[in-house]
Design a protein around this ligand. Structure first.
Ligand code: FE2
Ligand code: FE2
Length: 287
């Protein structure tokens, strides 16, 4: 008899602590940058907008949002076999990506503290949000008897260096894509509640507003640095980033189409929807 409840074959660092997924070109990355150059940026031409965004971050709308409800308190063994494996992978990849944001923003907050206080505080408050997101996902992993050792992840991952303008292109796109990915799943499950197989998706509506605000912050920074957007070289780089972000997302999701199918989504249609929304509403200057 096939034991359909058998735990998927996942390697463990210690009992219950998952070995991080192997790094490939498609896994979520960890970034570092030229902090000195960033601290010297003159943001005065768009300071009002940045200040307004800082006020929004301070308001901390999701302060009480990430609290686990009773719905989580049950056995999740019925999510089994390949679906369970894909589910764990989804949680791990999402947790790693959120944690990568936390580390980068935290480091930026620390390095810019004395020289660029408005940016430093924005980064610090965004790192607060990302830590919440990563922590919530890691807690979800514990429902599947696993967790990620985030301290180990911090030390064992390699860091990709990008100049500040490339950091801005990459983080702007990943925040806005994150927004569209979360809200699309949320809206789909709101109209197909029978596919809501795990309660974390109920949290996506407010959660994605954090990502949207983070994206707005990077939009405002880039507006304060028109040289990052206005010449032909910058335009080519923007297109290159847009293309590589879309390609990475598509390849990742197609490989894991079973996860989306478990939610009643077609991975290809889902990605096309996310890309269309982003292109139509937000990535104007990336076109
Ligand atoms: Fe996040
Ligand atoms: Fe974010």
């Amino acid at each position: 008899m096939v034991d359909s409840l058998k735990k998927p074959d996942l390697q463990e660092l210690r009992p219950g602590v998952k070995v991080p997924a192997k790094e490939t070109i498609l896994t979520p990355r960890f970034y570092t940058t030229d902090f000195e150059e960033m601290s010297k940026m003159d943001i005065s031409i768009n300071e009002d907008e940045l200040q307004a965004i800082l006020e929004e971050f301070r308001a901390d709308y999701n302060r009480h949002h990430f609290v686990r409800t009773e719905e989580f308190q049950q056995s999740w063994d019925h999510i089994d076999g390949e679906t369970r494996q894909l589910f764990v992978e989804f949680l791990e990849r999402s947790c790693t990506a959120e944690f990568s944001g936390f580390l980068l923003y935290k480091e930026l907050a620390r390095k810019l503290k004395d020289k660029s206080p408005v940016l430093a505080e924005c980064f610090s408050l965004m790192s607060r949000d990302e830590a919440r997101h990563a922590g919530f996902l890691n807690k979800a992993l514990s429902d599947f008897n696993l967790s990620l050792d985030l301290g180990f992840l911090t030390q064992s991952r390699s860091y990709t260096y990008f100049k500040p303008k490339f950091i801005f292109y990459a983080t702007y796109l990943s925040e806005k894509i994150g927004y569209w990915r979360y809200i699309t799943i949320y809206r789909h499950l709101a109209s197909h509640p029978e596919n809501r197989i795990y309660p974390i998706f109920n949290f996506f509506e407010n959660w994605c507003q954090d990502e949207n605000r983070h994206g707005d912050f990077f939009d405002a920074i880039m507006k304060s640095q028109p040289q990052f957007l206005n010449d032909w070289k910058a335009r080519l780089w923007c297109r290159f980033f847009l293309l590589s972000v879309f390609a990475t997302m598509y390849l990742n999701d197609i490989q894991r189409s079973g996860f989306y199918a478990a939610l009643g989504l077609d991975a290809r249609d889902y990605d096309i929807h996310v890309i269309r929304k982003l292109m139509k509403l937000q990535a104007g200057f990336f076109r």
